[in-house]
Design a protein. Structure first.
Length: 510
């Protein structure tokens, strides 16, 4: 039996990953854009199509239409499920928000559905004001950065403002201010990040001071339901920090944008000013382009994607030796960012621009499916799906990529499934970031885990046939089996073939 399994390529040393063909392209772009595998009928039609523009047409078919007045509602949109999940990971929309999870998810999903420009979406989150985060989706973005102290429901206002400044600078500007939130960069960061080495801790306080008047508090009692209103006096250096060393009293904490020293205009609210400066700065477009490029290509033009060294970006002003420019292709990054800005920060345009590029279509590097893609793909090829109840809601979904947060699995009694996904690098939206790095534990789980094996069980009366084997190859790999693969497959039981297929390297990687 093992000889048959090995001949079907269950182990990496027995299989060659070949990229660039139509089947591999179809599988990759469908997983990247929708999080799911192509249906067998789609794969057969695509492979048989002789149209030289079939790749572009396939890409366009994966984007749902943008709603218009009078149009029928869109009920199934895998593209929206996949990218809503991505952005909810990015914004850490998880258990610390409770019922706010669903309102925040709806805000993100509907922004993507309507193709709201990304700069507008970000400004909506940064400037949101709400009586309750459970009633207003966008306000959960700021509330997610709350810092409690004492008994767990007393807010530390200045720590919260610091966290908002750190998080917004990181995911929207690609700059990691975590180190300078505790100490000046000088004497610490010269060998790590030239730009940060010149930043001071007080620069972070002035960035945080844009949120100095923003009151974020669980005013409804001992529950994570927050009010978000601008009703405080401002950023106070005398507040005792729960997270960091004491702040230095007497520093100027006038709200000042850390990238260029800009300040609010006369009469302009601080958060409005910050949102304007952040989304209007070229680094916002560069960070967004780099982030989406990394998600689709497997690696950013700048790595790590949220650790830009702003002193190492300009070809005309290169850093001193032995430092080198940080982007692998500065012209590509700057050019794509300029196009993105000119296109009105259109995320659909950006995604389409990347997947129609020669770089994407000739990509020779494989990567492992995300945890959610892996589990949904197994569900897809086996036809066995479990309903997952959306927490704090009466809704039920069939795909992991449709859940509002990872906690939906646990609260639906699927703790073992959640454990498998955690082992495959699922983001917990608290500490653990999404990770596609392969491990031996993942291999062992696919081979032996009872939860996976249960997923692969089939009706005992189901018999192997050439038709079943061919259909399974199309479902799993978007191509027919070779003559040798068909011969081996016909010597297996149905359940054994399913088990072999999910353990193939070219199933798990794309």
């Amino acid at each position: 039996m093992w000889s048959m399994f090995l001949r079907l390529g269950i182990l990496c040393c027995f299989i060659t990953l070949a990229w660039g063909g139509d089947a591999e392209f179809l599988r990759r772009v469908t997983l990247d854009l929708t999080g799911r595998l192509p249906e067998p009928s789609v794969a057969k039609q695509f492979l048989a199509d002789k149209d030289p523009n079939k790749r572009t047409k396939m890409i366009d078919s994966l984007f749902p239409p943008i709603p218009e007045v009078g149009m029928r509602a869109i009920k199934d949109a895998p593209f929206l499920d996949r990218w809503a999940y991505f952005f909810n990971d990015l914004f850490r929309n998880g258990q610390l928000l409770e019922e706010g999870i669903n309102t925040f998810y709806d805000f993100t999903y509907k922004s993507l559905l309507l193709n709201v420009p990304y700069d507008e979406m970000v400004r909506d989150m940064i400037t949101a004001s709400a009586v309750s985060t459970w009633a207003d989706g966008a306000s959960n973005f700021l509330a997610r950065s709350h810092v409690f102290e004492g008994d767990g429901y007393v807010m530390n206002h200045e720590d919260t403002a610091d966290e908002i400044a750190i998080n917004t600078s990181r995911i929207f500007l690609g700059v990691n201010l975590e180190c300078v939130s505790c100490h000046d960069g000088k004497g610490h960061l010269e060998k790590i990040n030239l730009w940060l080495a010149d930043r001071k801790r007080s620069d972070l306080w002035r960035q945080a001071s844009f949120f100095g008047k923003t009151y974020i508090a669980p005013v409804y009692g001992r529950t994570p339901q927050f009010m978000v209103k601008d009703k405080r006096a401002g950023y106070d250096l005398t507040t005792v920090s729960s997270l960091r060393p004491p702040r230095k009293k007497g520093e100027d904490v006038t709200p000042t944008f850390i990238l260029d020293g800009a300040r609010a205009k006369a009469g302009e609210r601080e958060r409005e000013a910050y949102a304007r400066m952040l989304t209007g700065h070229p680094q916002f477009a560069r960070t967004t382009v780099n982030m989406i490029w990394a998600e689709l290509m497997g690696q950013g033009i700048v790595e790590p994607i949220f650790d830009f060294d702003l002193a190492r970006q300009d070809k005309k002003n290169p850093p001193p030796a032995p430092w080198t420019l940080q982007p692998s292709d500065p012209d590509l990054l700057d050019g794509l960012a300029a196009e993105f800005q000119a296109k009105g920060y259109d995320l659909r345009w950006l995604i389409r621009r990347i997947v129609t590029s020669p770089q994407y279509q000739s990509l020779q590097v494989s990567r492992r499916m995300s945890a959610e893609q892996m589990w949904d793909s197994i569900s897809q090829i086996t036809g066995q799906q479990q309903e997952v109840k959306v927490s704090f809601s009466d809704k039920k979904v069939k795909w992991v990529m449709q859940t509002r947060s990872p906690q939906d699995l646990e609260k639906s009694g699927m703790k073992k499934t959640h454990a498998v996904l955690s082992a495959f690098g699922q983001c917990d939206r608290y500490n653990a970031q999404a990770d596609r790095k392969p491990t031996m534990i993942q291999t062992a789980l696919l081979l032996n885990d009872a939860t996976v094996k249960e997923k692969l069980k089939v009706d005992a009366t189901k018999k192997m046939s050439p038709e079943f084997a061919e259909d399974l190859f199309y479902r799993a790999l978007s191509r027919p089996p070779t003559e040798a693969e068909m011969k081996v497959a016909l010597g297996l039981e149905v359940e054994d073939l399913l088990w072999v297929m999910v353990n193939r390297l070219d199933f798990l990687f794309y």
